[in-house]
Design a protein around this ligand. Structure first.
Ligand code: UDP
Ligand code: MG
Length: 330
């Protein structure tokens, strides 16, 4: 990819910045990025205006006119930070992609060291805001819990999934489709398809201009997204394993309860009117049927998903073959 990207006029590094109402931060951010990256890399900066209602877009327009390295994408309305990052990734061309917040809380001065780390043989380098400058209770505690949960459930141990400042190889992003609040799960998704992930302590600064965009509600969204990501990651090619597994548990429950009910009726001669175990047995039988049928439906969906988009169910790192070998049927 290296030689090709030079031919295609691709920059080495793309910096992607999601922007929502950050008019007073943008010029300083631009200056800090420029100061750090000029002379070091061939780079571009992609700003994504996520439906700002202040003067952010006008400020970005002025910056773009003064510097051809800048590209500005403007959304029709606010679609959220994940969507903004996703659009930025798609509309950038660099071999290395750096995501960074627009509010100056992340420090562009960390970028070169992170890129150097990437060059040591990693595919993602994720920032860790070890000394965070956010309000203690409402931000830090939920974030600690969320990071612990994400680490446990995805099996990818990072201290700070929520830090936007991350450096990616383009290949890693090419395959990931982002929904909801999922940009924070890119390291986990990437690691599942075999990418090597590193974490690096980065500078974090208090917000000096503009308002924070999130409250506690985000933690709930993150946890719901985590369930989705885990489900898709672990079972998206074999959903019947999870539905069938749960179905088996409820079938076993139905058998046990059913036997007890029969024993109560035939041997103990209990009156069955309103017998809770009888109700539970019927419920478990219904649940079993539902779960198995849902599993089969999900299997059909998975086939549609993979086959309609020609998506493989695996990720190949490289193929060794001799030059004359055309390589399989494709
Ligand atoms: N942001 C965005 N769209 C949104 C919310 C936020 O593009 O709907 C941007 C925002 O302008 C900032 C970054 O995402 O550049 C992070 O937002 P914020 O600083 O409010 O989040 P925090 O630092 O608390 O994670
Ligand atoms: Mg911030």
């Amino acid at each position: 990819m290296d030689e090709h990207s030079a031919e295609l006029g691709r920059p080495e590094v793309s910096v992607v910045v999601p922007v929502l109402n950050e008019q007073d931060n943008l010029s300083a951010l631009y200056e800090q990025i420029t100061e750090t990256l000029t002379d070091k890399y061939d780079y571009e900066v992609v700003f994504v205006d996520d439906g700002s209602s202040d003067d952010s877009f006008a400020v970005l327009g002025r910056l773009q006119e003064s510097d051809p390295k800048i590209r500005v994408i403007r959304f029709r309305r606010n679609f959220g930070q994940t969507a903004a990052l996703s659009a930025g990734f798609t509309h950038s061309r660099g071999k290395i992609i750096v995501a960074i917040d627009a509010d100056l809380q992340n420090d562009p001065a960390d970028i070169p060291e992170m890129i150097a780390k990437l060059d040591e043989g990693f595919d993602v380098v994720s920032g860790w805001r070890k000394k965070r400058h956010d309000k203690a209770v409402t931000r830090l505690v939920p974030s600690k819990i969320a990071n612990w949960l994400i680490g446990r459930i995805t099996g990818v141990r990072l201290h700070d999934f929520g830090c936007t400042l991350k450096v990616y190889r383009r290949e890693v992003l090419a395959e990931t489709k982002l929904y909801g609040e999922m940009h924070r799960f890119i390291p986990a998704l990437a690691s599942w398809s075999g990418a090597r992930i590193a974490e690096m302590v980065v500078n974090h600064r208090p917000r000096t201009a503009g308002a924070p965009k999130y409250g506690l509600g985000r933690t709930l969204k993150v946890i719901l997204d985590l369930i989705t990501v885990k489900f898709l990651g672990s079972f998206s090619t074999k959903p019947i394993y999870i539905f069938g597994g749960l179905g088996t548990v409820s079938a076993l429950g139905a058998v046990v309860c059913g036997l007890i009910v029969i024993y109560q009726k035939l041997i103990l001669d209990h009156d069955m009117t309103g017998n809770p175990l009888l109700i539970l047995t019927v419920l478990l039988i219904l649940a079993t049927i539902q779960l198995i049928l849902m599993g089969l439906l999900a299997e059909m969906l998975v086939r549609t998903y993979h086959e309609s988009q020609d998506r493989p169910t695996y990720a190949i790192k490289e193929i060794l073959q001799s030059p004359g070998d055309s390589g399989g049927c494709k």
